[in-house]
Design a protein. Structure first.
Length: 83
């Protein structure tokens, strides 16, 4: 099962703007923001680039977890124990 966790859009100043789904907590989003993409992929996250058919300069990604949100919460909790 693949679960949508958040989306990321990059603004003109190259700053990432995160939009989380309602069941993801702010604490979980903070861990996701502070962890490298490679580490998150090792935990079971998938990053998919999003495109716009109308605007070629849109930079965005969807973040999915390959499992349920409770499994994601356990994985993020374990990640913080070892950091």
């Amino acid at each position: 099962m693949r679960t949508l966790v958040a989306t990321i859009m990059t603004n003109a100043k190259e700053k990432n703007i995160y939009c989380k789904v309602s069941k993801v907590t702010e604490a979980q989003l903070k861990i996701i923001r502070e962890t490298s993409q490679a580490e998150l992929e090792d935990l079971g996250f998938t990053f998919i680039k999003l495109i716009s058919l109308d605007y070629s300069d849109v930079k965005a990604q969807a973040i999915f977890f390959e499992g349920h949100l409770d499994e994601m919460a356990r994985a993020l909790k374990e990640l913080r124990k070892f950091s």
